[in-house]
Design a protein around this ligand. Structure first.
Ligand SMILES: [Zn+2]
Length: 258
């Protein structure tokens, strides 16, 4: 979001229908074109978010995800293909995203986020989506996003439940305010339908689009919990925790906590 490059005639034709959304227009589309978004893990949640951001005309996506495609990825990871089993996840994702939007710049990082690479990866982005399955990864990302002052959209799902919140450093609670340490009984593998993961990814993409274009109200200090089993939708208030080792040293930004 450092500059707002001019749109080409081809881009105006492609994004015409979303530019009709009040508050977007030419300027909003230019902001999307000038934006860089980091997506941590491009599985069921992050892959769907990346797809929607590529479709919306975000100029650059940085995709971080280690490893190769397994058969068990394919019930939810829509950027992966059966033919690509055994090959790199990020390269498969980049190929699919470029097929959708050849204007997109994709930076592929075949690594999961950790304390050693988080500073470099967050430094490449204006906004971050965290869709990692492990709290160690999420807390590393949270710490670095807060340190660099980058907005962070936390998107998660479990079984038929979706959770999304948006962290604005210095304004809202951070992840460590709610979860200071990785829960000891957390498991890497859990029940997931692709359709549920996709809901989380789409909500996260909407949050990023809103942040970039300055639309509406982000999920700042609000945790959206969407129980798809009953189709119940709740918003929980979050608050900065005094003594949080990540964010308590930051000054409170005026008017941020509502
Ligand atoms: Zn905090």
């Amino acid at each position: 979001m450092h500059d707002s490059p001019e749109l080409t005639a081809d881009e105006r034709a492609t994004y015409e229908w979303q530019m009709w959304v009040p508050g977007v227009g030419e300027e909003g589309q230019q902001r999307l074109k000038g934006a860089s978004v980091l997506v941590s893990r491009i599985g069921g949640v992050g892959g769907t978010a990346a797809y929607e951001l590529a479709a919306a005309g975000v100029g650059r996506l940085i995709l971080a995800h280690a490893g190769n495609i397994k058969p068990s990825d394919l019930n939810r990871q829509l950027l992966m293909t059966h033919a690509d089993i055994g090959t790199s996840r990020v390269e498969s994702a980049a190929r699919r995203l470029r097929e959708l939007n050849p204007r997109l710049e994709v930076v592929t990082v075949p690594e999961n986020v950790n304390a050693g690479n988080a500073a470099r990866l967050v430094g490449l982005a204006d906004v971050v989506i965290d869709a990692a399955p492990l709290f160690e990864e999420r807390l590393a990302m949270n710490g670095e996003a807060v340190r660099q002052g980058k907005p962070l959209v936390e998107a998660a799902m479990y079984e038929l439940s979706v959770q999304v919140t948006t962290i604005l450093p210095g304004q809202t609670a951070c992840l460590a305010c709610r979860v200071p340490e990785p829960p000891p009984d957390w498991k890497r593998q859990f029940p997931v339908f692709g359709a549920v993961a996709g809901v989380a990814g789409c909500v996260a993409a909407v949050e990023v689009i809103k942040l970039i274009c300055g639309l509406g109200e982000p999920l700042a200090d609000r945790l959206l919990v969407w129980e798809l089993r009953e189709m119940g939708f709740r918003l929980f208030r979050t608050r900065r925790r005094p003594g949080c080792l990540v964010c308590s040293a930051l000054p409170q930004v005026e008017g941020a906590s509502r």
